[in-house]
Design a protein around this ligand. Structure first.
Ligand code: DAH
Length: 355
């Protein structure tokens, strides 16, 4: 037993030192491992004379407890030290400003689409989507634009096969067809998205954006169309008064058809919407042609309504003072940094549409 007491002193002494976790674990296995010093002492109990056995066992137990506690204590201490060191090393100062060059911006076209969706959702329109690659039927035929119709030429279509069956949609109007084919009336939807025409200059890009609107129900008339567009233009340009005029026009899928102009003037080189005596065309619209409704199995004697198609890029240019359409698609980071929007500023009618 005196040997064991010596060993106890020896280990307690060692444990005072500046030790690593693996060194302490080594002591632990030296003492309590399968052939550890203390474990072997326990095996001796049976051979001890009976008169001394009880004392031997109780002394041994006491020594074992002391050493074990001391080892656990040491391990805890080392671990605590390591955690504190790590916390110090990996400290993050949350009050530091973020790195400005890591901040992305929302493209003005995306922002404008979000604004438009927010405005129309306030008056009960939901958002529909259609694919960029369309078939000829949805893009033209179902929209009352049969083969050889002159309107087809005006669209400068990108066909994707020799049979002219697949194409890049030339407008968002085919989403009207997709929506009415998959559901039953009433319909009240907008469909923003990309559209394509083989055309490129300062005011035309081969890929551009439109938003389609469609409202079909019983007893819908042109007054509803006017009210809806009037509300939209005022909300979008964030003005109280708007000058708007409907000009007779022609689209195969609407009858009657109109184009809508808004009044503007230029003051100090800036375009002011809703005042002045200049006119700017911003959209096409009309009452949905009965042939279109018949093509999608909607009874045109019971249901009728209006549709409109708005050029999104043009609205964005007007609202945000951007004068070259091509800049939208050049991916110039400096331009985006200037005209882009903060990703956290989601447009809403209540909190404000734009900054
Ligand atoms: N799809 C037409 C275009 O791209 C725009 C348009 C005009 C859409 C009248 C409509 C509409 O829904 O009623 O030129």
């Amino acid at each position: 037993m005196s040997d064991i007491k010596k060993i106890k002193e020896e280990f307690l002494n060692k444990l005072q030192g500046d030790l690593s976790l693996s060194e302490v674990n080594q002591f632990k296995s030296d003492l309590f491992g399968k052939n550890g010093i203390i474990s072997l002492e326990f095996k001796k109990i049976g051979q001890i004379q009976e008169s001394e056995r009880k004392k031997f066992a109780s002394d041994l137990n006491e020594i074992k407890n002391i050493l074990q506690n001391q080892i656990d204590f040491k391990i805890n201490k080392i671990e605590e030290l390591e955690i504190n060191e790590k916390l110090n090393r990996e400290k993050v100062d949350v009050t530091l400003p973020s790195r400005p060059y890591l901040k992305g911006k929302i493209h003005p076209v995306s922002q404008t689409i979000d604004e438009i969706s927010s405005i129309f959702s306030e008056i009960g329109f939901s958002v529909e989507e259609g694919p960029d690659v369309e078939n000829e039927y949805n893009n033209f035929t179902a929209l009352n634009t049969p083969d050889n119709h002159p309107a087809r030429d005006m669209h400068d279509t990108f066909y994707l096969d020799d049979n002219k069956q697949k194409l890049l949609r030339t407008h968002t109007s085919p989403v009207q067809i997709r929506t009415m084919l998959k559901d039953k009336p009433p319909f009240k939807i907008i469909a923003p998205g990309r559209t394509y025409r083989s055309d490129s200059d300062q005011t035309h890009a081969p890929m551009f954006h439109q938003v389609e609107g469609l409202h079909i129900d019983k007893n819908i008339n042109m007054g509803h169309l006017k009210g809806c567009l009037n509300y939209f233009i005022k909300e979008f340009f964030e003005v109280d008064k708007i000058k708007m005029r409907f000009r007779p026009s022609h689209f195969p899928f609407t009858e009657p058809s109109a184009e809508v102009d808004i009044g503007y003037e230029i003051k100090n080189g800036k375009i002011i919407i809703g005042e002045g005596d200049k006119w700017l065309e911003i959209l096409g619209c009309g009452m949905v042609h009965p042939n279109v409704l018949n093509n999608v199995n909607v009874d045109s004697k019971i249901y009728q309504g209006y549709a409109f198609g708005i050029g999104i890029d043009r609205l964005a240019m007007l609202k945000y003072g951007i004068n070259d359409l091509r800049a939208f698609f050049e991916c110039d980071y400096r331009w985006l940094n200037h005209f882009g929007f903060d990703p956290l500023d989601v447009p809403s009618n209540y909190r404000g549409l734009s900054r």
